[in-house]
Design a protein around this ligand. Structure first.
Ligand SMILES: *Cc1c(COP(=O)(O)O)cnc(C)c1O
Length: 380
């Protein structure tokens, strides 16, 4: 259908466009919101929320970001192999048997509990670690109550403790009860630091906030803020209010070619299941993008739409693994080869990731991180 430049070939089916200018804009904007001695730790787990981990991290390196967070050791190794510079913190669990890789790739491991610290220390690799403290999320971390254990980790021979952090569980909510809980988490953490200091321990790098933590509690004094979703230009949910308003710019657009158009007569059914019937004679277009590309299947039956020629066309019937159908009866100029926008701008219209996520009953974090295993990413 399309021949010519490599760009045309890469845009043959469906693809993601990643706007690195907007990424840099968001990074600068967010850094500006932090106290001057706080640095951004760019959270690039899950392939940088689908945006491409190495590309995003190198782009961040270029504007001076020197700290990164990933979820797994293999995500960390991918960054190192891709030439990313700076600190890389693994936020999740790493099997002890991979201690040599931690050392070899200069990765920083999170101490998820006390026993884990002892096992890792026994490897005698002087691995760099950040201690995670559980102040109320009750996921990973040594309980904030266990001050003796936390203090002991600092003394373990085989480890170098270069950071200590906690994670807030409800920093996105501004209701009184949520704020009270968050303030409690923050207070317990700073009290712990004070007690460690009183025992003669030098406090290493400290971090607490993720995106909502920064936007709702910008006054905290930390060495890092771990920023994920906001870097990619959206909040998690539509309509969330934050204490600091943020004019973030979306980084990712999802586009697909119209690969075919057909006329379907009134009364016929479309897609799987024979449960979507056409009321009047219609023009139906096929887009080569489906749930295997990360487009949520529960956008089926018209809860999703796409932009074509600056206008909205509803998705119809069930979303398939590799395709979806849209009704273009009301946009007669649509032809084979046209580009449909599933997330992003077209003319005066825009489909925000937050609205797609809402229609799919999820948050942008999930939408982004599942998008595009199969899609080409084009950086602009
Ligand atoms: C994923 C994650 C983050 C980033 O969260 P965002 O809400 O996307 O900014 C920060 N800290 C930890 C521990 C995480 O797991």
């Amino acid at each position: 259908m399309k021949t010519g430049s490599s760009d045309d070939i890469r845009k043959g089916r469906s693809w993601l466009e990643i706007n690195t200018k907007n990424l840099e804009y968001n990074a600068r904007l967010l850094q500006h919101l932090m106290p001057s001695d706080c640095e951004m730790m760019a959270v690039v787990k899950a392939n940088a929320y689908g945006h491409g981990a190495v590309k995003v991290s190198k782009c961040m390196n270029e504007i001076g970001v020197k700290a990164f967070a990933v979820a797994t050791i293999d995500e960390g190794i991918e960054l190192r192999k891709g030439g990313v510079e700076g600190d890389i913190l693994i936020l999740g669990f790493t099997d002890i048997s991979r201690a040599n890789d931690l050392k070899h790739y200069r990765l920083i491991q999170t101490v998820i509990d006390y026993n884990y610290a002892v096992l890792l220390s026994n490897r005698r690799n002087s691995i760099q670690v950040h201690i995670k403290v559980d102040t109320g999320m009750h996921r990973l971390g040594i309980s904030v109550e266990e001050i003796n254990k936390i203090a002991e980790v600092f003394q373990l021979d085989g480890l170098k403790v270069i950071g200590i952090f906690t994670h807030l569980s409800v920093a996105d909510k501004l209701e009184e009860e949520a704020v009270k809980y968050t303030r409690g988490q923050i207070e317990r953490f700073y009290q712990l630091l004070k007690q460690l200091e009183d025992r003669g321990i030098d406090i290493p790098m400290v971090h607490i906030q993720s995106s909502y933590g920064l936007l709702n509690y910008p006054e905290l004094h930390c060495d890092y803020a771990r920023i994920g979703i906001a870097l990619y230009g959206s909040l998690s949910s539509q309509g969330d209010n934050t204490k600091l308003p943020s004019q973030l710019r979306p980084v990712l657009a999802l586009k697909a070619r119209v690969i075919m158009i057909r006329e379907v007569a009134a009364g016929e059914s479309v897609s799987y299941g024979r449960d979507s019937f056409i009321r009047k004679d219609s023009r139906i277009a096929v887009l080569p993008v489906g749930y295997a590309d990360g487009l949520p299947r529960n956008l089926s039956y018209g809860s999703g739409s796409v932009l074509l020629h600056g206008r909205r066309a509803p998705m119809i019937g069930r979303i398939c693994m590799d395709h979806l159908l849209i009704d273009v009866t009301d946009i007669p100029e649509v032809k084979q080869g046209d580009v449909a926008t599933l997330i992003g701008e077209d003319g005066q219209e825009e489909i925000l990731a937050t609205s797609v996520a809402k229609s799919a009953g999820t948050i942008t974090n999930e939408l982004y991180s599942r998008i595009g295993i199969r899609l080409e990413r084009i950086y602009i």
